[in-house]
Each structure stands twice: as C-alpha cells, then as structure tokens.
Design a protein around this ligand. Sequence first.
Ligand code: BEZ
Length: 405
Amino acid sequence: MTRKGPIYRPTRRTLLGQLIATGGAVMGASAFPRFSIAKPSPVKIGVILPYSGTYALLGNAITDGMKLRLDQQGGEIAGREIEWHVLDSEMAPPKAPANTRKLIGRERVDFLIGPVHSGVAQAMVKTLGNRQSPLMIIPNAGSNVLTRGICRPNVFRASFSNWQAAFPAGKVMAADGHKTAVTFTWKYAAGLQMMEAGREAFEQSGGTILKDITVPFPDVNFDAAITEIASLKPDAVFAFFSGGGAVKFVKDFQAAGLRDHMGLYGPGFLTEGVADAQGDAAEGLRTTLHYADGLDLPADRAFRAAYKAKTGREANVFAVQGYDTGSLLIRALEAAEGDPSRMDDMIGALETAELVDSPRGSWKMSPAHNPVQDFYLREVRGGQHKVLGIAEKALADPGDGCSLV
Ligand code: BEZ
C-alpha cells in the first residue's frame, strides 16, 4: 500500500498556498492567533533485527551505525523527524511474516530495515510479495536469492551476498597450499550458501572437500563435530559462524588442539566483532570480508572515531553496514523530497547509488540491488583485523535469475 506523505521544506510559495487555503491572509500572525504552520509528520522506519541470542551483537552494531549516520543529519531526513518501530527478530524465520505484517500493515511504516539472518530475510521478502512499498533495505542478511531469484524492485541490500562473502575465502584456503578441507557450519541458508561458495572456489583451484558437517542453528555444542573433524584429518576447515557462536567455535577449535594440525578459514564473520572475546584462539586467522580494521581511508577513520565516541565500542563490519543503510535511507528520501510515496524516485536514487565515502571503501549498487565491492584479505593480529591486501576487487554477485538484471 502506498501512502501519500506531506509536503516537506515548504517553499515561500507553498507556505503562501497554505495560508490562502486555510483562509489566512498575509497580514501577520497576531491578527490570526489560531493559525500555525504544521510541522511535517515524522517518517516511520520499521526495524527487524536481532536484539537477543547469538546475533544480538550484530543487531546492536547495525542499529548504532544506522543511528549514528542519521544523527549526523540532525536526526532528520529531508526535513522529517524519524519515528522508530523496532522489533526483535529473535533470529526466528517463523516469526518474520507476523513481524513484517505488523510493521507494514498496522504501523504503516515508510521504510523496512532488516534483518541479519538469511532465513528471516527470505520470509520477510516473501511476505512483502509484490507490494510496491515500503522500501526495504537489508543491512546484513546475505541469502543469495534475495538479489537473485526473489529480487524485488523495492528491496535493496547494503551488505553482501553469501556467495560474495565466501568465494574469496575458498580461494585463499587453496592459495595457502591446502589440498583437502572439511566444511563446518550452522545448517541454515547462510551457512549452506557460504559453504557452497567456498567449495566452488576451493575445487576450482584443485582442492577436495572431504565432508560437509553441520549443526542446527543456533547450537553451540560443537564437541561431536570437532571429534569428527579430527578423525578426518583435513588440511583445513572452512567454516561459517558469527556472533556468540563464532566465539565459542573458534575457542573450541583451539582448545581441542586442532589449530596445531590444520588451517581454519572462512568468511570474516568467523572473527568479526568478536576477535577480542576469542583472544589467542583468533590470532593468525586469515579470512576475507568487505571490511577490515585500520583501512587507510579518511572516511573510515572519521566513522570509527564517531562510532567509538557514540557507543564506547570499536566499529566492525556490522556497524558499517548499518551506517551505509542510513546513507541509503537519506539518499532515497532526499531524492523523493521527503515523500516516500514517490517510490520511483527512491528506487532510481538507490539503483544509481555509489557510496564513495563508505567506511568500507567506495562501492556501488548492482542491477540486482546488491553491493559491488572490494573484499579484503585480513589476518587477526593483536585482536585487530589487519589488511594483507585485496582478495577480490569490485566483486559482484552473479545475480542469476534476478528479473531486474
Ligand atoms: C545471515 O544469516 O545471512 C548472516 C548472519 C550473520 C552473519 C552473516 C550472514
């Protein structure tokens, strides 16, 4: 459903029009004490992110990054204040349809932001169906199909596809000389798609995957899997975990003595935002991601200082994705002069968006509405993700099956 928004930043002419329409005359306010100029209504932003469980730190970092960006605009977009409608996704795909319907049906939000979890994202987009509004911006969830088979004109991603995040890491594992590997992840869309992409890259480089091992999401009892990995004796393990689960897995992997016998690789989520909590167990791990610590970019230095000042925490990729989500919101609503019913203007602005001042480095939107961006090779040193180089320059998801391409 499309809602017509008010007129924003009224010009002298529109103000005069309002005066005349309300029966006022240009004679001074004191002659007409009941007359006042209405402030535009707030723009409604609906948010579905995890604020509990293993991905809570991701949801909080995204929220803080997004709010930081909007604070830098004085807490307004295109002259409109912001009204937040925030729900905890609980990382639960079965709850996503009701949450989505609540925000778009009952709260009538102008924008939908979320989620982190690929399964939640798929359920949200399916619930949106062919609705032409609201505009949805995905600040994390990497499910490939969101910008492939079920891509939508009014759905954009500010983060990555699961293929994009994992393919470069599979190549690195092979380039480091490993010939055999085991994949290990949570059994849901993100983990499965990332393992598939890692396998594709590793096998293209001549490697062999001995076995795919999974545990249910969000289990963190890894004992049986670690015993099996030890018995398979691969050269390396290729894994996806994130948040609290990543802390547990990387520590368990080291405690079981596997670090002494095999490599550990994967998309950078394995250590991102949690390297401090992992301590020694994370040291030396090499991963790939579209962000790293200590990028030599003025925009990143300014962002990190502002994020630290606002939250007391160090920034990470999730905060960057939230920050860039804020930038996309601003671009979209400014292009529509504050009127979210002007969907074509908002879509046009995001389709041509090039975020040259993103903390992650410059990136642009692909025709399938997914970032085309650099993926860095990083290594954990002293709890920091040091950049070793660019693993893939301007990597685009293939966007296969997206009707927009
Ligand atoms: C996902 O479910 O898409 C996801 C969650 C955490 C980190 C990366 C991807």
